[in-house]
Write a protein that binds this ligand. Structure first.
Ligand code: MRU
Length: 348
């Protein structure tokens, strides 16, 4: 990407018939690639959050289906496609909330209808998956360019979870906005919420930004409103796992309370996401919020801090209503209020 340099991580790559992705459970300690040769290995990497972040799991899911196509035994094209359908459904079910996974897997599955023989399935699907990877990387840079215009020299940006290179094909969404503003010569510093329970903010966002020399400080999730009250946050920029036609934004649990605080204290609240995160058909009542294992909340570093007889709730995402969102930065431009009307105008 001309002129864009701050993109030092390669979260996913296809190398000699193997899908490789950075194992994010090992960060920030070590950069280790998980190697996947089968669709089951891909499902397991997504489920265990070795790979995570909505756009990235879309890309990885797409390659997962290509891997499935390469290992199909049947010589009958219809049978092969019905086996592929099952693999597509397994991939999609690994993480139900984000929409990019379904979008990418369905797009790669659709490529199977263009195959003339079982032998050509693998190559055709791989081509589609490669194309998704390239497009998502380009989208990230476009999001960065559109979003950078919203950031002023000297701004402190608060972000939640990790919407950086590690959540995408590279460069990020929310962090693309920051990276691009820095490349434009602006002084920008970041406040990263730690993002309990899996610490995507303190482990991944802080890792990425410090690697790129962008000033970053980590806070407890519960400190966000106090910092806004003290005037220490100029803008909030977060990513998204699903954005509805109404402008409702599904993102990492904790986003909603940051958006409420931002509204109360008059801090602009931006969401950055590629068009592949848009879901223009679902109603808000149909969005499934993934409920993850209680142990992620109850255990910290393998040690239990709550009494043995106490359980936990662990919703992984929340939904921010459109009235709390100042604007959505997409790869096609910034969508402002009224969100529903402008989303319709821009994307229908
Ligand atoms: O559970 P995760 O880590 O996959 O959740 C990730 C997020 O919520 C990100 O903010 C979102 O996927 C946007 S990433 C560009």
């Amino acid at each position: 990407m001309p002129g864009k340099k701050r993109d030092s991580l390669e979260p996913v790559k296809w190398k000699n018939g193997v899908l490789e992705a950075i194992d994010q459970t090992k960060l920030p300690g070590r950069i280790v690639y998980v190697r996947m040769r089968t669709v089951d290995q891909v499902c397991s990497a997504i489920r265990s959050m070795k790979v995570r972040g909505a756009p990235l799991i879309g890309v990885v899911g797409g390659y997962g289906l290509a891997l499935a196509a390469m290992t199909i035994r049947s010589s009958d094209l219809n049978q092969a496609r019905s086996q592929l359908r099952k693999c597509a459904d397994s991939l999609i079910s690994t993480r139900p909330t984000g929409v990019n996974l379904r979008w990418a897997v369905e797009r790669v599955f659709k490529a199977s209808s263009r195959a003339m023989s079982v032998g050509s399935l693998g190559g055709g699907l791989l081509k589609e998956a490669d194309m998704i990877l390239r497009e998502e990387l380009e989208s990230a840079h476009k999001i960065g360019s559109f979003g950078a215009a919203l950031i002023e020299d000297g701004d402190t940006v608060l972000t939640h979870c990790n919407a950086g290179s590690l959540a995408t094909a590279g460069y990020g969404t929310a962090l693309a906005v920051v990276r691009s503003a820095v490349e434009d010569g602006k002084n920008v510093s970041v406040i990263a919420t730690e993002t309990r329970p899996l610490l995507q903010g303190s482990r991944l966002t802080a890792f990425e930004l410090s690697r790129d020399g962008i000033p970053v400080r980590v806070i407890c999730d519960s400190a966000a409103a106090q910092l806004m009250a003290q005037g220490m946050v100029d803008k909030v920029v977060v990513g998204a796992d699903r954005i509805l036609g109404t402008g409702h934004v599904t993102n990492k649990i904790g986003t909603l309370q940051i958006a409420l605080g931002a509204k109360f204290f008059g801090v602009p609240f931006y969401v950055a996401a590629p068009v592949s995160t848009l879901d223009l058909v679902s109603d808000v009542s149909r969005v499934v919020i993934e409920e993850r294992d209680q142990r992620e909340v109850l255990l910290i570093g393998g040690r239990r801090f709550s009494p043995r007889n106490v359980g936990a709730l662990n919703p992984a995402f929340d939904i921010t209503p459109p009235e709390l969102v100042t604007g959505i930065v997409t790869d096609r431009g910034v969508v402002g209020q009224p969100l529903a009307e402008n989303i319709r105008a821009m994307f229908s």
